[in-house]
Design a protein. Structure first.
Ligand code: AMP
Length: 359
């Protein structure tokens, strides 16, 4: 989606990935297929472009450093390094005074026993690195869960987080330009299923006070980081109206995909503008909007009925061009626009169920 926006504005796109025929590669002018550890290929790639950015944050630090020696990389490698690891990220957030759920570093089983004594036995234990969409997470509900959840870490470093009894999850997708310019899309509300984002809609159903606080936290985070590009701040909103930052995504984010159809400037164009040193665009919404993710499960009984979903007015389809529709894998999404966010959610979810309804 970034490459599509770049091509629309006349930029040539060169993508680097360990895989071939990737969603970006299908749109880009050039696709380099090489391992992130192959630093000679990384340097050749960096020499051939004017600026580098990411759509995926788990690129090794050494790869980013090698590219940074030759060309501008936005967001910077040290920011990527912080956000790639939940412990580093939560430590950055709490050290700078941003609200997060209490957490502890877990290396040994004793650390976990200690953490449960201090913070209680209602918690989530996550791998510190390389986790997304609930991968590498286990829920602790009582002392009986301590040993199995520690075993699930498989010897890797973990983070223990006190479980948040949240009312809802929301996010702020925002961007900061090279000159410090700031833009945001207000607050987007998110519903997850099996730890994977299922539905997002905007505007979120939150009070103006909560919305202003969430945007201010996001603004302050990008300022503190000296960030350039699109960033998403994911929050829990607790039942007593408090915001806690759950995660930072240093790139366009799934919850902002609806901006592709619903806004004057999408989160992807905003990323392009920021990393190319252009002014940020208007984030105005044409209409309230909702997004429903399409996981590989939708293909379970054969080709989905695209024609039925697209017969609903205001519904748009995005498929990423991934070859193998495995269950749980994000393959695309549906966006719907309507007079209210609630109606947009209805259109998006109706369209998605029509994909798999037998004739
Ligand atoms: P994450 O990969 O950290 O974004 O977690 C995926 C999802 O798991 C979140 O969007 C929440 O729905 C849930 N989750 C993660 N951490 C916690 C927590 N500390 N308390 C409650 N729910 C959580």
């Amino acid at each position: 989606m970034f490459a599509i926006e770049a091509r629309k504005m006349g930029y040539r796109v060169h993508t680097f990935s360990p895989d071939s025929d990737t969603p970006t590669g299908q749109v880009a002018d050039i696709e380099t297929c090489a391992s992130y550890e192959d630093l000679d290929s990384v340097r050749d790639f960096a020499k051939s472009v004017d600026v580098v950015t990411f759509e995926f944050e788990n690129v090794p630090s050494a790869t980013v450093e090698a590219a940074s020696e030759l060309v501008g990389v936005h967001p910077r490698g040290d920011i990527l390094h912080t956000t790639q690891n939940r412990l580093r990220e939560k430590t950055f957030l709490s050290d700078n005074g941003y609200p997060v759920t209490p957490f502890r570093k877990i290396k040994l089983i004793e650390d976990l026993y200690h953490a449960t004594r201090e913070l209680g036995t209602s918690a989530v234990l996550k791998t510190a690195g390389f986790g997304y969409d609930g991968k590498g997470q286990s829920r602790i509900r009582s002392a009986a869960d301590i040993e199995p959840s520690f075993a699930a870490l498989n010897g890797t470093e973990g983070i223990f987080e006190a479980f948040v009894e949240f009312d809802k999850e929301v996010s702020v997708v925002c961007a900061r330009g090279r000159d410090g310019d700031f833009a945001h899309y207000g607050v987007i509300e998110n519903a997850h299923s099996n730890h994977i984002l299922d539905i997002s809609f905007a505007p979120a159903d939150v009070t103006p006070k909560v919305a202003a606080e969430a945007v201010e936290i996001a603004r302050s985070i990008v300022e503190t980081l000296g960030y350039v590009g699109t960033l998403c701040v994911e929050f829990f909103l607790t039942k007593d109206g408090k915001l806690l930052v759950n995660e930072l995504a240093p790139r366009p984010h799934n919850s902002g995909h609806l901006t592709f159809d619903a806004c004057v400037t999408s989160q992807f164009e905003q990323q392009l503008r920021a990393v190319c040193g252009l002014p940020l665009g208007s984030t105005e919404f044409y209409r309230p909007a909702a997004m429903a993710n399409l996981l590989g499960d939708v293909w379970e009984s054969g080709e989905p009925h695209w024609d039925r979903a697209l017969a609903i007015p205001g519904v748009k389809l995005h498929l990423y061009g991934k070859a193998d529709p495995r269950p749980g894998r994000k393959m695309g999404h549906i966006t719907a626009m309507a007079d209210s966010a609630k109606q947009a959610v209805e259109f998006a979810t109706d369209a998605r169920s029509m994909l798999i309804t037998p004739s």
